[in-house]
Design a protein around this ligand. Structure first.
Ligand code: G4P
Ligand code: MG
Length: 181
């Protein structure tokens, strides 16, 4: 259960995130999925992916996607700011775990899945720390049959510790024990 609900936001501590990732790793194993590699969607997916590596012990590749145009205003569609190039040749025949911190609109996830599916992987599964319970704009392609979420949360803003300017204040709110419903 996510903790630290201030003004309708979820404040999550590093410890809470680490425990959610451990739960996620266990769920992936219990499901019988044995990924060969992680593809982390930056930047929100970087830290969850690194913690996941502690439990799954597989390499991480990273991609960067942005919703924002050069003028820093939201663009019409996600766009690549960094992509796997020679590494993408290694995706064929491999079992990929695509990792991000949050499944919000699902647009970024759909975009990445469609790109990665072009490289003939054996399988692609999705792992997110948090799935927001809401109507999604994006859809998971039918080839994606496994989807793992550490926690299902209401549609509120999630404050991650890595975004905090004042981590001491952030952790204090997160640990205050106020439980979000
Ligand atoms: P999705 O397709 O995976 O659902 O994500 P979506 O593109 O809808 O999300 C757009 C951006 O908003 C993403 O950041 C995502 O991480 C961020 N986001 C959505 N909901 C929350 C939230 O509750 N809390 C926080 N902190 N971020 C949220 P991005 O543009 O990919 O940038 P980055 O922050 O990952 O670098
Ligand atoms: Mg993100």
């Amino acid at each position: 259960m996510a903790q630290g609900d201030l003004s309708g936001r979820y404040y999550l501590s590093y410890e809470h995130i680490h425990l959610s990732v451990r739960t996620l790793a266990n769920r992936i194993r219990e499901n019988g999925f044995h990924p060969d590699l992680i593809v982390a969607i930056g930047s929100g997916g970087f830290i969850p992916a690194r913690i996941l590596k502690t439990f799954l012990e597989i390499p991480i590749f990273t991609v960067g996607i942005s919703y924002y145009g050069p003028d820093n205003k939201p663009g019409p569609a996600p766009r690549m700011i960094q992509w796997i190039d020679e590494v993408e040749k290694k995706l064929a025949g491999r079992r990929i775990l695509l990792v991000d911190e949050v499944d919000d609109s699902r647009v970024t996830l759909e975009y990445c899945l469609r790109e990665l599916l072009q490289h003939a992987p054996a399988e692609i599964a999705v792992a997110v720390l948090h799935n927001k319970k809401k109507e999604k704009k994006g859809t998971l392609p039918p080839e994606v049959r496994r989807y793992f979420a550490g926690e299902e949360l209401d549609d509120k803003w999630i404050c991650y510790p890595w975004d905090a300017q004042d981590i001491t204040a952030h952790e204090k709110i997160a640990r205050s024990g106020i439980v979000a419903h």
